[in-house]
Design a protein. Structure first.
Length: 188
């Protein structure tokens, strides 16, 4: 019997390399293997009003951090969404060309990131480690109960920490949104 020992970094790299997904425009994406400082995985659904409401903020954040080597990818978790549905959604919510979009049809990326609702985000560092998972900010106190003023910008603070090589102050927060249907219950 041959035993192979892996360091945590090597194992993370192996897991990351095995998770590829094709974007709706045909590009191969490796969300857990960023080519720059970090990647932001944004789990969304076309029919989730909370997810859709965050479109302008997500675009602002992705635009602001692209020059710092941060890429963003929208991962659609709808049970039966098609590439045409995604393209229509991208146009309707004015997502610009710098944000990739893919359909996580089997939920593999959501499971790997531990995502359970839309919108939920994960910040992946250049070694493939999940450095932050959770909400975008604290706009919602509870489902259906938005705050008047956002006071915590969790995603932005996490990206900033990862880009600067610092620890993320709150590595996990509880997102509020629409539940992701587990892959075993998805109908295609």
């Amino acid at each position: 019997m041959v035993r192979v020992a892996f360091s945590g970094v090597c194992l993370a790299a192996l897991l990351a390399a095995s998770l590829e997904i094709r974007s709706v425009d045909g590009r191969i994406l490796r969300p857990f293997d960023p080519s720059g400082a970090a990647s932001v995985l944004v789990f969304v659904a076309t029919d989730c009003p909370i997810s859709n409401g965050y479109a302008p903020e997500l675009q602002r954040i992705c635009r602001a951090y692209a020059p710092k080597g941060v890429s963003c990818v929208l991962l659609y978790e709808d049970a039966a969404v098609t590439a045409d549905d995604v393209r229509k959604h991208l146009a309707e919510y004015r997502y610009a060309g710098g944000i990739a979009a893919a359909i996580d049809a089997d939920g593999a990326l959501a499971r790997r990131a531990g995502a359970s609702v839309t919108p939920e985000v994960a910040v992946i560092d250049k070694r493939g480690a999940i450095r932050y998972r959770g909400r975008i900010d604290n706009q919602y106190e509870a489902f259906g109960r938005p705050r008047r003023v956002v006071t915590a910008h969790d995603l932005q603070e996490a990206i900033e920490a990862v880009v600067e090589g610092k620890p993320v102050a709150a590595a996990e927060t509880t997102p509020i949104g629409c539940f992701i249907v587990p892959s075993g219950l998805r109908r295609r």
